[in-house]
Write a protein that binds this ligand. Structure first.
Ligand code: TMP
Length: 210
């Protein structure tokens, strides 16, 4: 393992794809190996961004317009970058982040037809040089994803869309991934198995050793 290599790893996928579960598994697996790492998420990941998360995800489906939603996701991202990501990078930590920029592209731009240049302009401003080194995209059979969502105790505003919307968002993630093959690692996680956890860990350890 190289001691001077740190990765910013993001996990992406639709609800019920198992990305939060797998992200946390990877975090524990790296910790066990004494690799410096933090686990964080979007929207959220800092005290202030978690407040914005609560505002976005609670309440009725049509609480905000799609542009307001987008601006709130981006506002939360800016807080997260300033308060959590930048300090972690300067402390030389690996970062595992449950969702990041690709979620905004897939959900808001492709899923809800929000203006792409609005998102790109704000991103240019708030990201500066911050960019994921590796993105794990968990693909899932939509029927399976719905079974997993159904078992959730708390459903948020974004857990309430129909199958067509999730299919559209998943297709968008795959499209983004195919344009950016070097950064993306796509895995089908439709079957509950420990295999996904092993495959991801192997990939990350290999990348950290290169
Ligand atoms: P989570 O359930 O994975 O924590 O994500 C919360 C919801 O927020 C999920 O439905 C996806 C949505 N989301 C967006 O629509 N755009 C974004 O930029 C982000 C980060 C999340």
């Amino acid at each position: 393992m190289r001691k001077d290599k740190y990765l910013f790893i993001t996990f992406e996928g639709i609800e019920g794809s198992g990305k939060s579960y797998q992200g946390k598994k990877l975090y524990r697996n790296l910790k066990k190996r004494k690799i410096p790492v933090i686990f964080t998420r979007e929207p959220g990941g800092s005290t202030s961004a978690e407040k914005i998360r609560k505002l976005i995800l609670t309440g009725s489906k049509n609480k905000f317009t799609k542009t307001t939603d987008t601006l709130l996701y981006l506002a939360a991202r800016n807080e997260h970058i300033q308060k959590t990501l930048k300090p972690a990078i300067s402390r030389k930590k690996n970062i595992i982040c449950d969702r990041f920029i690709d979620s905004t592209m897939a959900y808001q731009v492709y899923g809800k037809s929000v203006n792409k240049s609005l998102v790109n302009t704000v991103h240019k401003h708030i990201l500066e040089t911050i960019k994921p080194n590796l993105t794990v995209l968990l693909k899932v059979n939509i029927k399976k994803a719905f079974q997993r969502i159904k078992n959730r105790k708390f459903k948020n505003r974004y857990d309430k869309f129909d199958r067509d919307f999730y299919q559209k968002v998943q297709n968008a993630f795959i499209k983004i991934a195919k344009k950016n093959k070097k950064r993306y690692f796509i895995i089908d996680n439709s079957i509950d198995s420990n295999e996904t956890e092993k495959i991801i860990l192997k990939k990350i350890i290999r990348t950290l050793s290169k």
